[in-house]
Write a protein that binds this ligand. Sequence first.
Ligand code: PBG
Length: 328
Amino acid sequence: MELTHRPRRLRRTAQIRRLVREHTLTTADLIYPVFVMEGEDQAQEVPSMPDCYRYTLDRLILELKEVDALGIGAIALFPLVPEHLKDNAGTESYNPEGLVQRSVRAIKEVLPDLLIFTDVALDPYSSEGHDGIVKDGEILNDETVEVLVKQAVSQAAAGADFVAPSDMMDGRVGAIRAGLDAAGYTHVGILAYSAKYASAYYGPFRDALDSAPKFGDKKTYQMDPANVREAVREVSFDIEEGADMVMVKPALAYMDVIAQLKQVSNVPVAAYNVSGEYAMVKAAARNGWIDEKKVVLETLLGFKRAGADVILTYHAKQVAQWLQEGLN
Ligand code: PBG
């Protein structure tokens, strides 16, 4: 055949492919979500998330020393809150001696450079398992935002580098920014879960934190999976209100959303490779049905290609190890 174009020339050898590669995945892109619980010297594997543990603070610090040594620069911290500390208003969320606040202080003492992103939302603290205060079966917006501001300020006081509101209440980014600034935490950033969908992929996470809603679902605050223009709207509000970074969550079924938000956002875009996505890969890999390493690296590279600047993933530690071993 007489062909003018033979695109395969650029795929002929590994060296050529490396030269013309458009996107890369590095350890610097990763945020590692971790679960902390009360107690001493314990680690409990999350049943629906193989190889992922809830740690007591002492054990978490040992784990984070390894994570830091692997070059992972950031963690997202989630607490398992004892049932007796939960109430409808999530009061424990802003206790200066709460599990998250104590954990942030302790981690910063040992690993001062490791960036800590704290989750701002009421669900781990809520007796109703919702991200906001419940009244007559409804999730109150403005009353919830007042609590979220207190929660964010207490996390900043403990030493969090970024607060990450994952609750999807209206106006919370602006209120949190104002609250942080008024309290003197102008240097603390906001990673806004801007396009957070009402997703079935969060199931294993809710097992990990025992935080599933006690009634109903989260569809009056988390987004409808059918919508993408709404995501653009949410992101533009959050940026106007002062978000330093925005997020799409989940990631895998929402790559088009990542790509679109990358076009309209002038701040970094994060993608959250959520618990259900992790569980599916682990389950298939354990059955010998897929090659875990290849599938994980391909998936995360896909998030980069779609436009993600930052990836939150439970695979982070493993990925950092794989990247250290070198790819081909
Ligand atoms: C809570 C929160 C959730 C996740 C992160 N923060 C669950 C939810 O909204 O129900 C899910 C993370 C995951 O599935 O990995 N505000």
